[in-house]
Design a protein around this ligand. Structure first.
Ligand SMILES: C[S@@+](CC[C@H](N)C(=O)[O-])C[C@H]1O[C@@H](n2cnc3c(N)ncnc32)[C@H](O)[C@@H]1O
Length: 299
């Protein structure tokens, strides 16, 4: 299958991610969200002996082919959701896990994937594995109340009920098939603000719902508790408050590990945000927050 090379993905907070892992020399890491491989490459170049990567998107797996040639046995990738990484990893065989949540620029920039409210494409939004309905299925088939709930809970859209009502009224004439049909409708309802498209929150809500994103993250964090050895490190990069809250809450709770009470200790007191220079280079990084932890026995 051909994949586009029109888009570039700038890995967000990449240097900070490597720094948060400490000394990576000779260590093995999981990159739970391969994307364009920016994190994987940075880890391997920093001295890590091996990276085991995952991505649910078949296009990301194709993007990984040159990495297999370049890094040989130091790199392995599985086409799988990170909520299933325990099926591919032996316990304690890794030193750290990194997650860069959300979607890649490749996914947003390729109109046919249906993530973008800026370009026209089919109203799809499926990242790959682990999804069985498109965004069009949701807006065309779900009840008004369910659509409003999805937009409110996953998009944090204050006008969720108004938008859901308009969607249901419009679809009786013509079911939604494209991203622009939906974006145009929302722009008639939500007032525009400088630098913020009115369709942003609705698209975010649908995307998170279609891809079960929060359930995926929660499952992956639970798995990390058991897969990391004591002293192992977990680094996450979140792009909105729903993702970030899951990480923050998860890190507050002790868990049982082979009969020991364990906890995540913060490496940095506060979440790390991108520098102004990074935001200037890549505006998509502006909402990113990096959190890093060490798994320890609770004293
Ligand atoms: C923000 S991008 C990662 C970019 C990457 N760090 C880089 O430097 O190129 C997120 C990637 O995670 C993948 N992804 C999202 N949810 C996933 C899941 N539940 N399981 C596996 N991969 C997932 C997406 O398909 C996407 O390719």
């Amino acid at each position: 299958m051909a994949i586009s090379n029109q888009s570039t993905h700038f890995p967000v907070l990449c240097k900070e991610m490597v720094e948060a892992l400490g000394n990576t020399n000779g260590k093995t890491y999981v990159d739970g969200t391969f994307g364009g491989g920016g994190y994987t490459r940075a880890l391997l170049n920093s001295g890590a002996s091996k990276v085991i990567a995952f991505d649910r998107d078949p296009d990301a797996i194709i993007r990984a082919e040159p990495f297999l040639k370049e890094f040989g046995e130091r790199f392995q990738i599985f086409h799988a959701c990170f909520s299933e990484m325990d099926k591919y990893l032996a316990p304690e065989s890794i030193d750290g896990i990194v997650f860069d949540f959300g979607i890649s620029s490749f996914q947003v920039d390729e109109a046919h994937r249906g993530f973008s409210f800026k370009q026209n494409g089919p109203l799809d939004m499926r990242m790959g594995l682990g999804t069985n309905q498109t965004a069009a299925d949701v807006v065309n088939k779900f009840s008004e109340k369910d659509i409003a709930t999805i937009l409110y809970v996953y998009g944090e859209e204050p006008r969720s009920r108004q938008i859901a009502k308009a969607i249901v009224a419009a679809r009786t004439q013509n079911p939604f098939t494209t991203t622009q049909e939906l974006a145009l409708l929302i722009r008639k309802i939500v007032p525009s603000q400088e630098g913020f498209d009115p369709a942003t929150l609705t698209f975010q809500g649908l995307r998170i719902f279609v891809n079960n994103e929060l359930i995926e993250i929660e499952s992956a964090l639970q798995l990390s508790n058991q897969l990391l050895p004591i002293g192992g490190r977990l680094v996450t990069v979140a792009f909105h408050s729903l993702e970030d809250r899951l990480v923050k809450n998860h890190s507050r709770v002790t868990f049982n590990y082979h009969g020991l009470e364990c906890i995540y200790t913060k490496i940095n007191r506060k979440a790390i945000a991108p520098s102004l220079a990074e935001v200037k280079l890549n505006t998509r990084s502006r909402s990113a927050k990096l959190r890093a932890f060490i798994k320890e026995i609770r004293q």
